[in-house]
Design a protein around this ligand. Structure first.
Ligand SMILES: Cc1cc2nc3c(=O)[nH]c(=O)nc-3n(C[C@H](O)[C@H](O)[C@H](O)COP(=O)(O)OP(=O)(O)OC[C@H]3O[C@@H](n4cnc5c(N)ncnc54)[C@H](O)[C@@H]3O)c2cc1C
Length: 407
């Protein structure tokens, strides 16, 4: 007989590991997390820029925080603005190790070198996963509730029809972690300028004494609209070499990865099944911030799942409050912000300047609401300098506005 857990989680990123932490710290339920990589720290794609909601809200210790910064700076070809904001830069691989060790110390089984290959489905209910180990052994883990937290791979949620990655937006990011000079008053700096990052943005974050991270990301479709034959590596090199405010002495590491997203209002709960983090597109579609929302989705899902198990239930109606809660708290805002991202990353230089000028004019209360993604629709719309040339985008925008599944 295959072993049976209360929960089996596929994927040990921030969302999957936080789901396990929620389970073991709030109940006696059993949970196993299966990660395809040999070590949790092998998932090192992320810059780790985040906010107090993560560091304070999930008890993240100081030793995985590389730097704290007191502001966020937005720049465009001819403008710049800075808003005071408490921010953190995590050592992402060590942050994952902390989450994994913390979950394991409270009883979670965290199994690295286990690639989930598919769901076990019986009479329409997901009853666990099939996996293959690094040694090539195949196995099955049964669970009362199975959780997909495999990030953009969406290993279970895509084939089960919850998140269609084939029709989603895609983007890539590449950054270097460097030792050297970083003269920006330790701000988190974002450049919305196609010369730095065609169809996306470039960034630099402080990461400790004379250490910083610098990277470029773009949305594939908007990058493709600006062809020049240059790779993302070319752009990262240009970004770090041409700006006099920083100077690379030694490159310590390179981090790279992919993001795949739609408006996040996907089916997130089914019979015996939940999808959290980027496996359900929880990443913010406007700025690509994924740690805070991914962990938030995990907490919401775990709360609902534990209460369903207390009632002895695992069917979709009992897990559906998670999906509804996500859509109420985040999904509707994400849907609007996906529409806005459709415009922002395709703006011309003058529009990027106007956008940054409008962000500069935000009073502190509204800047804080921009940070928490709670800016009202009108204020959000006012930040974006639409022009008649954007009108051809209207059908796409309307499709996005209509496109999500109501629950
Ligand atoms: C270059 C880059 C920079 C970024 N910078 C930031 C930032 O500064 N701040 C921020 O908030 N967000 C950032 N993000 C986004 C953020 O990293 C992600 O949104 C976040 O990591 C999503 O967490 P997750 O747990 O849902 O998925 P992931 O972090 O993608 O974790 C999924 C895990 O599942 C594993 N997995 C995949 N398939 C399988 C399988 N079949 N079986 C078992 N395991 C599997 C993967 O190996 C991985 O460990 C960045 C992303 C990129 C690409």
């Amino acid at each position: 007989m295959d072993p049976e857990y209360d929960f089996v989680v596929a994927g040990a990123g921030p969302a999957g590991l936080q789901f396990a932490r929620e389970v073991v710290s709030n109940s006696d339920r059993s949970v196993a997390v299966l990660e395809r990589n040999a070590a949790l720290s092998d998932n090192d794609k992320s810059t780790g820029g985040t906010f107090p909601e993560v560091v304070e809200g999930y008890g993240v210790p100081d030793n995985v925080v590389m730097a704290e910064a007191g502001s966020v700076t937005f720049e465009s070809p001819n403008n710049g603005c800075r808003h005071p904001m408490d921010t953190y830069v995590l050592d992402f691989p060590h942050f994952l190790e902390f989450l994994g060790e913390d979950a394991a110390s409270d009883g979670a089984d965290v199994l690295t070198g286990h690639r989930v290959t598919g769901p076990v489905v019986e009479n329409g209910t997901v009853r666990g996963v099939r996996y293959r180990t690094a040694d090539g052994e195949d196995g099955t883990l049964r669970a009362r509730i199975t959780v997909d937290a495999t990030g953009p791979a969406a290993t279970l949620s895509d084939p089960l029809g919850y998140f269609d990655t084939g029709t989603a937006h895609r983007g890539i990011g590449l950054e270097i972690e460097a030792e050297g000079r970083y003269d920006t008053d330790d701000t988190l700096l974002f450049s919305f300028d196609h010369a730095d990052a065609p169809g996306g943005y470039a960034w630099t974050f402080p990461a400790g004494e004379e250490v910083f991270k610098a990277g470029v990301c773009w949305v594939d479709e908007f990058r493709a609209a600006r062809p020049d034959g240059r790779t993302i590596t070319d752009y990262v090199e240009r970004w770090v070499e041409t700006d006099p405010r920083w100077k690379v002495e030694t490159v310590r590491a390179r981090h790279a990865g992919e993001a795949v997203w739609n408006d996040s209002m996907n089916r997130r709960a089914g019979d015996g099944f939940l999808a959290v983090g980027d496996a359900a597109s929880s990443i913010n579609p406007l700025f690509g911030e994924g740690i805070r929302p991914g962990m938030e989705s995990a907490r919401m899902a775990a709360e609902v799942a534990l209460s369903a198990l207390r009632a002895g239930e695992v069917s979709r109606p009992w897990l559906l409050p998670y999906e509804r809660r996500w859509n109420d708290r985040r999904g509707r805002a994400w849907k609007l912000q996906r529409v806005v991202s459709e415009l922002l990353y395709d703006f011309d230089d003058a529009q990027q300047d106007a956008f940054v000028e409008r962000v500069a004019a935000l009073p502190p209360g509204k800047a804080e609401r921009l940070r928490t993604y709670e800016l009202d629709t009108l204020s959000l719309a006012r930040l974006y300098p639409f022009r008649p040339k954007d009108l051809p985008k209207l059908p796409t925008i309307l499709r996005h506005l209509r496109g999500s599944r109501p629950t």
